[in-house]
Ligand binder design. Structure first.
Ligand code: NAD
Ligand code: UDP
Length: 316
């Protein structure tokens, strides 16, 4: 049994991670400022003596005696991370400094939820971990991309300078239950639009690609990375290499929901990456990890979640 801190624990990914860690018998502190997360995501864990929910902002220092830290706190949807861009950078950079400082003080292992966005609009395809990326440092996505790149730099420097035991995971587009209906990312947008028979909003021509990973595969990957020995620091890509155009995703969602929705085109956001696909050779060889859930199966689960969603997401 370990004592584990999950920052951003009430968010989409964090809530699944907390559930899995509690089910494995660990003590979990879920720390969140509820900017994009919600208590309803972890409602089923409240009251469990091994679970603590703490309202805290990672830009401020936090102290707890823990064995492991998963640093997930940061809005992940372009709509939300651009809402207060300065706060987004602060969250990534000061959050990393505060959590690395904590890891150093209590000698905890710490895992950073980095992102495929560190590769920017990639000039090589698929992306492997040796690629340094193609990021616009002054664009509207840079608050997120450069914040996450700076966090990776900080993780490496705390490791080199202070021997902090770190793990860096570059997460590719992930979807599943517990995404917020107003999250703004493509899978939740398309499903909520399709269920309501509203037009599906394709940004640009819909020919840009993404590779979508189901949440359960990601959580398995995160835990495998955390459980590696201290020599393994990454960065390692965790994502599903099956690549789809956004138009293909829209058509699949319409078919699976039996929706009457049509398609409308909207302006392509600035600096929107044209393609994205992880090279997962490293994760396969070193962790024995590969994604198990096909897009249609994962989408069906996610559609069921959104169909059954009550009003509590709006209240809690
Ligand atoms: P999310 O927005 O659902 O979760 C983020 C959580 O962090 C929320 O609960 C939010 O309230 C909390 N948070 C934000 N700022 C905070 C702060 N200053 N202090 C404390 N808590 C704060 O997003 P998610 O998809 O669950 O993403 C979780 C992590 O994974 C993020 O770091 C994100 O960058 C990373 N990631 C996600 C994806 C993806 O496809 N979902 C891809 C790459 C990386
Ligand atoms: N997108 C879209 N319609 C939407 C939301 C997103 O066409 O309603 C596109 C977006 O332009 C991008 C892709 O879907 O090309 C993935 O967007 P998302 O915000 O989910 O994540 P990103 O990978 O861009 O961070």
């Amino acid at each position: 049994m370990k004592r584990i801190l999950v920052t951003g624990g009430a968010g989409f990914i964090g809530s699944h991670l907390c559930s899995r860690l509690i089910n494995e018998g660990h003590d979990v502190i879920c720390l969140d400022n509820f900017f994009t997360g919600a208590k309803s995501n972890v409602l089923h864990l409240i009251g469990n003596p091994r679970f603590e929910l703490v309202r805290h902002d990672v830009i401020n220092p936090y102290h707890a005696e823990v064995d492991e830290i998963y640093n997930l706190a940061c809005p992940a949807s372009p709509v939300h991370y651009q809402y207060n861009a300065i706060k987004t950078i602060k969250t990534s950079v000061m959050g990393a400094i505060n959590m690395l400082g904590l890891a150093k003080r209590v000698n905890a292992k710490i895992l950073q939820a980095s992102t495929s966005e560190v590769y920017g609009d990639p000039a090589i395809h698929p992306q492997d971990e040796s690629y340094w990326g193609n990021v616009n440092p002054i664009g509207i996505r840079s608050c997120y991309d450069e914040g996450k790149r700076c966090a990776e730099a900080l993780f490496m420097d705390y490791h080199r300078q202070n021997r902090v035991r770190i793990k860096i995971v570059r997460i590719f587009n992930t979807y599943g239950p517990n995404m917020h209906p107003n999250d703004g990312r493509v899978v939740s947008n398309f499903i909520t639009q399709a269920i309501a028979n509203r037009d599906i909003t394709l940004y640009g021509d819909g020919r840009q690609t993404r590779s979508f990973q189901y949440i359960d595969d990601l959580v398995e990957g995160l835990i495998r990375v955390m459980d590696t020995d201290d020599k393994f620091i990454g960065p390692v890509n965790i994502g599903n290499p099956e690549e789809f155009t956004i138009k293909e995703l829209a058509e699949t969602v319409v078919r699976l929901t039996g929706s009457k929705s049509g398609f409308v085109h909207a302006k392509l956001p600035e600096d929107d990456p044209k393609q994205r696909q992880p090279d997962i050779t490293y994760a396969k060889n070193l962790l024995g990890w590969s994604p198990q859930v096909k897009l249609e199966e994962g989408l069906k689960n996610t559609i069921t979640y959104f169909k059954n969603l009550g009003n509590e997401r709006n209240v809690l």
